[in-house]
Design a protein around this ligand. Structure first.
Ligand code: ADP
Length: 236
């Protein structure tokens, strides 16, 4: 227990997802799609979260064609931005192709719905369906045609492909919130790691903590004092 942590803020439920779980989830999702008789000629991976699931589905469903579209909604781990947009719009003719748009998770549903509508309108596919590894049913405004896991209790899934990004954003939140609550500015590495584990209930390992701290120094959110061996939050 660390005495200066007044309360574990913000209370966000986090689950660390391993590469093995991702392969297993994608494998099971492929089975569901296959069982339904849907045979996509083209997979459209929704950037960035749909890349790994999309690539695995290409393998498990024997799909050669992989395209991508970037739809953006969330810019910070576990914090929603205003709305979803198609970042780099472009056109292709998919009138002879059966298409599957793939994402990692359907949370609000905004980004996948936007991408689905964009592909339907501008790429003219013969047939179009959507798939995601996970679907957060109580909050999603959009249900994908295929999903493997239905999440009923909102959770932040710490996927292996956002581990460093999530880690530095979580650490940033720890230092800013703790400063607001207690005025604390200086952290040892050990305190930082202990607090991270306590707040988020996961352990991403030294490699990620160290790189995340480096990024926060580069971003001028933290400073490292060689003499005291402490990280200092640069407030404001
Ligand atoms: P959608 O609901 O269509 O997936 P969102 O805007 O809710 O669109 O989410 C966009 C992206 O943000 C997701 O594809 C995923 O990469 C990331 N994301 C959103 N919610 C979560 C979550 N609960 N856990 C992990 N990543 C998430």
């Amino acid at each position: 227990m660390i005495k200066y942590v007044v309360k574990p803020l913000p209370k966000v439920k986090v689950k660390l997802v391993s590469w093995e779980e991702i392969v297993d989830w994608a494998w099971n999702l492929a089975k569901i799609i296959k069982k339904d008789g849907y045979k996509p000629d083209v997979i459209v991976a929704l950037a960035r979260g749909g890349y790994v699931p999309g690539r695995l589905l290409c393998d498990f469903l024997d799909v050669e064609n992989l395209l991508s579209i970037q739809s953006q909604h969330w810019t910070e781990a576990a914090k929603a931005e205003e709305r979803a947009i198609i970042k780099f719009p472009y056109k292709v003719d998919l009138s002879n192709y059966t298409v599957l748009v793939v994402d990692d998770i359907v949370d609000t549903g905004d980004t996948l719905k936007l991408a689905r509508d964009y592909v339907a309108e501008h790429w003219n596919p013969k047939q179009l369906k959507t798939a995601a590894l996970q679907w957060i049913s109580p909050v999603a405004k959009f249900k994908p045609d295929y999903y493997y896991i239905e999440v009923t209790d909102w959770t932040w899934f710490q996927y292996p492909w956002t581990r460093l990004e999530d880690t530095y954003q979580f650490i940033k939140r720890i230092v800013t919130e703790t400063y607001k609550e207690t005025g604390k500015k200086e952290w040892t590495y050990e305190e930082m790691v202990e607090t991270f584990k306590e707040w988020y209930g996961i352990d991403v390992g030294d490699r990620y903590y160290k790189d995340a701290l480096e990024i926060l120094i580069e971003k001028k959110i933290l400073e490292y004092n060689e003499e005291t061996k402490k990280y200092i939050y640069i407030a404001g």
